[in-house]
Design a protein around this ligand. Structure first.
Ligand SMILES: O=C(O)CCC(=O)C(=O)O
Ligand SMILES: [Fe+2]
Length: 324
Protein backbone atom coordinates (compact mmCIF):
# COMPACT_ATOMS: atom_id res chain seq x y z
CA UNK A 1 0.00 0.00 0.00
CA UNK A 2 1.26 3.50 -0.78
CA UNK A 3 0.40 4.68 2.71
CA UNK A 4 3.18 2.57 4.14
CA UNK A 5 5.89 4.05 1.94
CA UNK A 6 8.81 6.22 2.48
CA UNK A 7 10.98 6.69 5.48
CA UNK A 8 13.70 8.08 3.23
CA UNK A 9 13.94 11.61 1.85
CA UNK A 10 12.07 12.35 -1.37
CA UNK A 11 13.60 10.49 -4.26
CA UNK A 12 12.22 12.18 -7.33
CA UNK A 13 14.30 10.73 -10.11
CA UNK A 14 15.79 7.41 -9.41
CA UNK A 15 18.73 6.41 -11.55
CA UNK A 16 18.84 6.89 -15.26
CA UNK A 17 21.07 4.31 -16.74
CA UNK A 18 20.50 2.13 -19.71
CA UNK A 19 20.48 -1.61 -19.16
CA UNK A 20 22.92 -3.48 -21.34
CA UNK A 21 21.54 -6.27 -23.44
CA UNK A 22 22.66 -9.38 -21.58
CA UNK A 23 20.59 -10.80 -18.76
CA UNK A 24 23.59 -11.16 -16.48
CA UNK A 25 24.63 -7.56 -16.83
CA UNK A 26 21.07 -6.40 -16.48
CA UNK A 27 20.79 -8.00 -13.10
CA UNK A 28 24.06 -6.37 -12.12
CA UNK A 29 22.62 -2.92 -12.87
CA UNK A 30 19.39 -3.45 -10.94
CA UNK A 31 18.94 -0.62 -8.44
CA UNK A 32 19.52 -1.48 -4.84
CA UNK A 33 16.00 -1.44 -3.56
CA UNK A 34 14.06 -2.14 -0.47
CA UNK A 35 10.31 -2.47 -0.51
CA UNK A 36 9.70 0.59 1.67
CA UNK A 37 11.09 3.13 -0.80
CA UNK A 38 9.00 5.23 -3.13
CA UNK A 39 9.20 7.75 -5.96
CA UNK A 40 7.91 11.22 -5.13
CA UNK A 41 7.35 14.33 -7.22
CA UNK A 42 5.48 17.59 -6.81
CA UNK A 43 3.11 16.56 -9.61
CA UNK A 44 2.23 13.15 -8.10
CA UNK A 45 -0.94 13.05 -5.96
CA UNK A 46 0.80 10.46 -3.75
CA UNK A 47 4.17 8.62 -3.68
CA UNK A 48 4.58 5.55 -5.89
CA UNK A 49 6.45 2.68 -4.20
CA UNK A 50 9.40 1.01 -5.84
CA UNK A 51 8.84 -2.50 -7.14
CA UNK A 52 9.15 -5.18 -4.47
CA UNK A 53 12.53 -6.91 -4.59
CA UNK A 54 11.14 -10.25 -5.80
CA UNK A 55 9.58 -8.56 -8.84
CA UNK A 56 12.84 -6.74 -9.61
CA UNK A 57 14.76 -10.00 -9.32
CA UNK A 58 12.39 -11.90 -11.63
CA UNK A 59 12.31 -9.09 -14.20
CA UNK A 60 16.06 -9.61 -14.45
CA UNK A 61 15.17 -12.78 -16.38
CA UNK A 62 12.90 -10.97 -18.85
CA UNK A 63 12.10 -11.42 -21.65
CA UNK A 64 10.72 -14.83 -20.73
CA UNK A 65 10.37 -15.82 -24.40
CA UNK A 66 12.16 -14.71 -27.55
CA UNK A 67 10.31 -12.15 -29.64
CA UNK A 68 8.56 -13.63 -32.67
CA UNK A 69 8.86 -11.55 -35.82
CA UNK A 70 5.58 -10.77 -37.60
CA UNK A 71 6.40 -9.09 -40.88
CA UNK A 72 4.60 -11.28 -43.40
CA UNK A 73 2.24 -8.50 -44.48
CA UNK A 74 2.87 -5.23 -46.31
CA UNK A 75 4.33 -2.50 -44.10
CA UNK A 76 3.99 -4.59 -40.94
CA UNK A 77 6.91 -5.00 -38.53
CA UNK A 78 6.06 -6.48 -35.15
CA UNK A 79 8.07 -8.34 -32.53
CA UNK A 80 5.71 -10.35 -30.32
CA UNK A 81 6.95 -11.60 -26.93
CA UNK A 82 4.65 -14.31 -25.55
CA UNK A 83 5.33 -13.56 -22.77
CA UNK A 84 7.90 -10.91 -21.93
CA UNK A 85 7.16 -10.71 -18.21
CA UNK A 86 7.94 -14.03 -16.46
CA UNK A 87 4.73 -15.97 -15.72
CA UNK A 88 5.77 -16.32 -12.06
CA UNK A 89 5.31 -12.56 -11.44
CA UNK A 90 2.85 -11.37 -14.10
CA UNK A 91 -0.13 -11.34 -11.70
CA UNK A 92 1.82 -9.65 -8.89
CA UNK A 93 3.07 -6.96 -11.30
CA UNK A 94 -0.49 -6.34 -12.51
CA UNK A 95 -1.81 -6.02 -8.94
CA UNK A 96 1.09 -3.78 -7.89
CA UNK A 97 0.62 -1.31 -10.75
CA UNK A 98 -3.18 -1.22 -10.47
CA UNK A 99 -2.85 -0.52 -6.76
CA UNK A 100 -0.02 1.99 -6.77
CA UNK A 101 -0.52 4.20 -9.84
CA UNK A 102 -3.01 7.05 -10.19
CA UNK A 103 -5.25 7.22 -13.22
CA UNK A 104 -7.56 9.71 -14.93
CA UNK A 105 -10.79 9.53 -16.86
CA UNK A 106 -10.08 12.25 -19.42
CA UNK A 107 -12.81 14.31 -21.05
CA UNK A 108 -12.24 16.79 -23.83
CA UNK A 109 -14.10 18.56 -26.61
CA UNK A 110 -13.44 18.28 -30.31
CA UNK A 111 -14.72 20.77 -32.83
CA UNK A 112 -15.58 19.71 -36.37
CA UNK A 113 -16.65 22.83 -38.17
CA UNK A 114 -19.38 24.43 -36.05
CA UNK A 115 -20.14 21.20 -34.13
CA UNK A 116 -18.57 20.65 -30.73
CA UNK A 117 -18.54 17.08 -29.39
CA UNK A 118 -17.71 16.02 -25.86
CA UNK A 119 -15.40 12.98 -25.77
CA UNK A 120 -15.27 10.75 -22.70
CA UNK A 121 -12.16 8.59 -23.02
CA UNK A 122 -13.49 5.03 -22.55
CA UNK A 123 -10.68 3.81 -20.24
CA UNK A 124 -8.46 5.05 -17.39
CA UNK A 125 -5.18 6.64 -18.49
CA UNK A 126 -2.02 8.13 -17.02
CA UNK A 127 1.32 9.31 -18.44
CA UNK A 128 4.89 10.02 -17.35
CA UNK A 129 7.84 11.49 -19.23
CA UNK A 130 9.12 14.46 -21.15
CA UNK A 131 10.23 14.84 -24.78
CA UNK A 132 13.87 14.78 -25.90
CA UNK A 133 14.34 18.58 -25.73
CA UNK A 134 14.20 18.41 -21.91
CA UNK A 135 15.05 16.07 -19.08
CA UNK A 136 14.37 15.78 -15.38
CA UNK A 137 17.15 16.86 -13.02
CA UNK A 138 17.88 14.94 -9.81
CA UNK A 139 15.77 17.42 -7.82
CA UNK A 140 12.73 16.74 -10.04
CA UNK A 141 12.97 20.04 -11.94
CA UNK A 142 13.03 20.16 -15.74
CA UNK A 143 16.22 21.22 -17.48
CA UNK A 144 16.97 21.91 -21.12
CA UNK A 145 18.54 18.81 -22.69
CA UNK A 146 21.21 20.83 -24.50
CA UNK A 147 22.17 23.47 -21.94
CA UNK A 148 21.29 21.58 -18.73
CA UNK A 149 19.76 24.84 -17.46
CA UNK A 150 16.29 24.95 -15.91
CA UNK A 151 13.71 25.53 -18.64
CA UNK A 152 11.66 28.76 -18.62
CA UNK A 153 8.42 28.39 -16.64
CA UNK A 154 6.31 28.79 -19.78
CA UNK A 155 8.08 26.12 -21.83
CA UNK A 156 5.25 23.70 -21.06
CA UNK A 157 1.57 24.43 -20.44
CA UNK A 158 1.29 20.99 -18.82
CA UNK A 159 3.27 19.74 -15.84
CA UNK A 160 5.50 16.87 -17.00
CA UNK A 161 6.05 14.05 -14.50
CA UNK A 162 9.14 11.85 -14.27
CA UNK A 163 8.70 8.09 -14.64
CA UNK A 164 8.44 6.55 -11.18
CA UNK A 165 11.21 4.04 -10.52
CA UNK A 166 8.84 1.06 -10.86
CA UNK A 167 8.07 2.01 -14.50
CA UNK A 168 11.54 3.35 -15.19
CA UNK A 169 12.97 -0.05 -14.24
CA UNK A 170 10.73 -1.72 -16.83
CA UNK A 171 11.69 0.98 -19.35
CA UNK A 172 15.40 0.28 -18.89
CA UNK A 173 14.91 -3.46 -19.35
CA UNK A 174 12.77 -2.83 -22.44
CA UNK A 175 15.43 -0.55 -23.91
CA UNK A 176 18.00 -3.30 -23.37
CA UNK A 177 16.01 -5.98 -25.13
CA UNK A 178 14.60 -3.90 -27.99
CA UNK A 179 17.66 -1.77 -28.80
CA UNK A 180 15.44 1.35 -28.81
CA UNK A 181 15.24 4.29 -26.40
CA UNK A 182 12.09 5.68 -24.77
CA UNK A 183 11.26 8.86 -22.84
CA UNK A 184 7.51 8.39 -22.34
CA UNK A 185 5.40 5.84 -20.55
CA UNK A 186 1.62 5.81 -21.15
CA UNK A 187 -0.56 3.53 -19.05
CA UNK A 188 -4.13 2.46 -19.86
CA UNK A 189 -6.43 0.63 -17.46
CA UNK A 190 -9.40 -1.13 -19.06
CA UNK A 191 -11.66 -1.76 -16.07
CA UNK A 192 -14.15 -3.90 -17.96
CA UNK A 193 -15.23 -5.04 -21.41
CA UNK A 194 -16.89 -1.62 -21.86
CA UNK A 195 -13.48 0.06 -21.82
CA UNK A 196 -11.71 0.21 -25.16
CA UNK A 197 -9.54 2.12 -27.58
CA UNK A 198 -10.85 2.66 -31.06
CA UNK A 199 -8.89 2.17 -34.27
CA UNK A 200 -6.00 4.63 -34.49
CA UNK A 201 -2.30 4.76 -35.29
CA UNK A 202 0.40 6.31 -33.14
CA UNK A 203 1.95 8.14 -36.06
CA UNK A 204 2.04 11.67 -34.67
CA UNK A 205 4.79 13.84 -36.11
CA UNK A 206 6.29 14.39 -32.67
CA UNK A 207 7.34 10.70 -32.60
CA UNK A 208 9.36 11.10 -35.79
CA UNK A 209 9.48 8.73 -38.75
CA UNK A 210 8.90 5.00 -38.11
CA UNK A 211 8.60 5.16 -34.32
CA UNK A 212 9.19 2.08 -32.15
CA UNK A 213 6.49 1.54 -29.50
CA UNK A 214 6.81 -1.22 -26.90
CA UNK A 215 3.37 -2.24 -25.59
CA UNK A 216 2.89 -4.44 -22.50
CA UNK A 217 -0.28 -6.30 -21.46
CA UNK A 218 -1.05 -7.28 -17.86
CA UNK A 219 -4.23 -8.76 -16.43
CA UNK A 220 -7.24 -9.80 -18.49
CA UNK A 221 -6.71 -11.15 -21.98
CA UNK A 222 -8.01 -8.73 -24.62
CA UNK A 223 -8.03 -8.89 -28.39
CA UNK A 224 -5.70 -6.48 -30.17
CA UNK A 225 -6.99 -5.86 -33.68
CA UNK A 226 -4.91 -4.51 -36.53
CA UNK A 227 -5.90 -3.52 -40.05
CA UNK A 228 -4.05 -1.83 -42.90
CA UNK A 229 -4.99 1.80 -43.57
CA UNK A 230 -7.07 2.29 -46.70
CA UNK A 231 -4.87 2.20 -49.78
CA UNK A 232 -5.63 5.10 -52.17
CA UNK A 233 -6.94 3.73 -55.49
CA UNK A 234 -4.28 5.69 -57.33
CA UNK A 235 -1.55 3.68 -55.59
CA UNK A 236 -0.64 0.25 -56.88
CA UNK A 237 -2.37 -2.34 -54.70
CA UNK A 238 0.38 -4.14 -52.85
CA UNK A 239 0.38 -7.91 -53.29
CA UNK A 240 -0.68 -9.80 -51.33
CA UNK A 241 -3.68 -7.79 -50.10
CA UNK A 242 -3.15 -6.94 -46.38
CA UNK A 243 -5.29 -9.11 -44.06
CA UNK A 244 -6.54 -7.89 -40.69
CA UNK A 245 -4.87 -9.39 -37.60
CA UNK A 246 -6.28 -10.44 -34.23
CA UNK A 247 -3.74 -10.96 -31.45
CA UNK A 248 -5.31 -12.20 -28.18
CA UNK A 249 -2.88 -10.36 -25.89
CA UNK A 250 -2.34 -12.26 -22.63
CA UNK A 251 -0.97 -11.09 -19.31
CA UNK A 252 2.79 -10.57 -19.55
CA UNK A 253 2.87 -10.29 -23.36
CA UNK A 254 4.72 -7.46 -25.06
CA UNK A 255 4.37 -6.34 -28.63
CA UNK A 256 6.95 -4.10 -30.21
CA UNK A 257 5.52 -2.11 -33.12
CA UNK A 258 8.17 -0.58 -35.33
CA UNK A 259 9.20 0.34 -38.87
CA UNK A 260 6.30 1.34 -41.13
CA UNK A 261 3.68 -0.22 -38.83
CA UNK A 262 2.31 3.08 -37.46
CA UNK A 263 2.27 4.89 -40.79
CA UNK A 264 0.37 2.08 -42.57
CA UNK A 265 -1.63 0.15 -39.96
CA UNK A 266 -4.37 0.94 -37.43
CA UNK A 267 -4.83 -0.87 -34.11
CA UNK A 268 -7.60 -1.10 -31.51
CA UNK A 269 -8.82 -2.89 -28.38
CA UNK A 270 -12.56 -3.36 -29.08
CA UNK A 271 -15.24 -3.53 -26.40
CA UNK A 272 -16.20 -7.02 -25.20
CA UNK A 273 -19.27 -8.38 -23.45
CA UNK A 274 -18.35 -9.20 -19.79
CA UNK A 275 -16.26 -12.34 -19.17
CA UNK A 276 -12.53 -12.12 -18.51
CA UNK A 277 -12.34 -8.47 -19.60
CA UNK A 278 -14.16 -7.47 -16.41
CA UNK A 279 -11.13 -8.56 -14.35
CA UNK A 280 -9.33 -5.48 -15.67
CA UNK A 281 -6.35 -5.04 -17.96
CA UNK A 282 -3.33 -2.75 -17.82
CA UNK A 283 -1.52 -1.65 -20.96
CA UNK A 284 1.85 0.08 -20.71
CA UNK A 285 3.47 1.68 -23.74
CA UNK A 286 6.99 3.08 -23.96
CA UNK A 287 7.57 5.64 -26.68
CA UNK A 288 9.97 8.43 -27.62
CA UNK A 289 8.65 11.95 -28.22
CA UNK A 290 11.13 14.18 -29.99
CA UNK A 291 9.64 17.63 -29.48
CA UNK A 292 7.58 19.69 -27.03
CA UNK A 293 4.32 19.17 -28.88
CA UNK A 294 4.46 15.51 -27.90
CA UNK A 295 4.65 16.35 -24.22
CA UNK A 296 1.68 18.74 -24.41
CA UNK A 297 -0.38 16.23 -26.40
CA UNK A 298 0.29 13.28 -24.10
CA UNK A 299 -0.58 15.17 -20.89
CA UNK A 300 -3.67 16.76 -22.43
CA UNK A 301 -5.13 13.42 -23.49
CA UNK A 302 -3.89 11.12 -20.71
CA UNK A 303 -4.03 13.32 -17.57
CA UNK A 304 -6.33 16.16 -18.56
CA UNK A 305 -7.93 18.47 -16.03
CA UNK A 306 -9.93 16.09 -13.84
CA UNK A 307 -9.24 14.45 -10.51
CA UNK A 308 -7.06 11.37 -10.04
CA UNK A 309 -8.51 7.91 -9.43
CA UNK A 310 -6.97 5.13 -7.39
CA UNK A 311 -7.75 1.44 -7.07
CA UNK A 312 -9.84 0.57 -3.98
CA UNK A 313 -9.07 -3.05 -3.20
CA UNK A 314 -12.02 -3.42 -0.82
CA UNK A 315 -14.52 -2.10 -3.35
CA UNK A 316 -12.59 -3.73 -6.24
CA UNK A 317 -12.97 -0.61 -8.36
CA UNK A 318 -11.26 2.69 -9.18
CA UNK A 319 -12.45 5.51 -6.91
CA UNK A 320 -11.80 9.28 -7.02
CA UNK A 321 -8.73 10.01 -4.90
CA UNK A 322 -8.75 12.88 -2.44
CA UNK A 323 -5.88 13.90 -0.16
CA UNK A 324 -6.32 13.57 3.58
O1 LIG B 1 -4.16 -1.36 -24.85
C1 LIG B 1 -3.50 -1.62 -25.83
O2 LIG B 1 -2.99 -2.73 -26.02
C2 LIG B 1 -3.27 -0.57 -26.91
C3 LIG B 1 -3.17 0.83 -26.41
C4 LIG B 1 -2.88 1.80 -27.49
O3 LIG B 1 -2.99 1.50 -28.63
C5 LIG B 1 -2.45 3.17 -27.17
O4 LIG B 1 -2.44 3.55 -25.99
O5 LIG B 1 -2.11 3.91 -28.08
FE1 LIG C 1 -1.98 2.93 -29.90
Amino acid sequence: MATSVGVKRPQTLDGFFKSPDSKRQRQDTAPTSDDSRASRHSTYPFPIPHLPTDLIDSLGFAPDAEGKLINDQPDLDLLYYQPYVPKSIEKALFRFLRQELFFYRVQYKIKRGPVETQINTPRFTTVFGVDDTSRFAADGGIVDAASNKPVPKDRYKCKPRPLPECLDFLRRITEGSTGETYNFCLVNYYASGSDSISYHSDDERFLGLNPAIASFSLGAKRDFLMKHKPIPPSDQTPLPEPKPLKLPLASGDMILMRGKTQSHWLHSIPKRKSGEADLGRINITFRKALVRGGTENYYQYNVGLGQPFRWDDRKQTMVPWTSG
